[in-house]
Design a protein around this ligand. Structure first.
Ligand SMILES: [Zn+2]
Length: 220
């Protein structure tokens, strides 16, 4: 863990939490790199909203863009795996889903990132289930700790979750500190309605960002 780099960025990041500054880190400390991975894209829309059929891929991108702006305001270097609605698989031929995942892996590992956050939305057979769940990499204490900090910030609905171990390619095949955030359930009408609003997406993004900063302050 790059402890001193964490410390170097924290002052700027804290200021960004209270909206007082938007200045890149320039103290001679190494700038921390965050990769934000908006899940799905292109022909792969992910799950769909139960009432409106809104595509997970589109909402993931909107939340990711908000997250990007918070990390930029905190002085981080930000790399996005995608910034448009297109997928990362190239041509639509056999094996496109695996090519999409491999491209994400290559972007994340190639960025020499200090942190990676993959943004997704969930769907469940029971429409009652709602709220955000954070997943960590198996046998990775740092990932689990970060997930705990982010989950704490996201536990603002009536249901409180604990972070869960996630068997996801984007976690298993990458090598930096990483978590995957399922930011709500598109199978739940209330979550869907809220996620369709910019205000709620901004709230989710801010809380993920805040969880990361609190982890750097207390958990790293
Ligand atoms: Zn997804």
């Amino acid at each position: 863990m790059k402890v001193f780099a964490w410390l170097g960025v924290i002052i700027f990041a804290l200021c960004s939490l209270i909206s007082c500054v938007s200045t890149p880190v320039s103290s001679g400390m190494e700038t921390l790199t965050v990769v934000i991975d908006a899940g799905h894209g292109g022909i792969d829309g992910g799950v769909s909203g139960v009432n409106t059929s809104v595509k997970e891929s589109d909402l993931n991108l909107e939340i990711s863009k908000k997250l990007k702006s918070y990390f930029l305001s905190g002085g981080f270097n930000v790399v996005m795996t995608r910034e448009t609605s297109a997928g990362l698989y190239g041509g639509l031929s056999k094996g496109f889903k695996m090519r999409d995942m491999e491209k994400r892996r290559d972007i994340i590992n190639g960025a020499n990132a200090d942190l990676m956050i993959s943004v997704h939305l969930n769907f469940y057979s029971s429409p009652e289930r709602r709220g955000a769940q954070v997943f960590f990499r198996q046998d990775d204490q740092n990932s689990e700790e970060l997930a705990r900090y982010i989950q704490k910030q996201l536990n603002f609905t009536e249901r409180e979750y604990s972070p869960l171990m996630g068997d996801y390619y984007v976690l298993n095949q990458t090598n930096c500190l990483a978590v995957l955030c399922e930011c709500g359930f598109l199978s739940n009408p209330d979550d869907e309605r809220l996620l369709l609003t910019e205000e709620y997406r901004d709230k989710i993004a801010y809380r993920i960002y805040k969880g990361c900063i609190m982890y750097m302050l207390e958990g790293a």
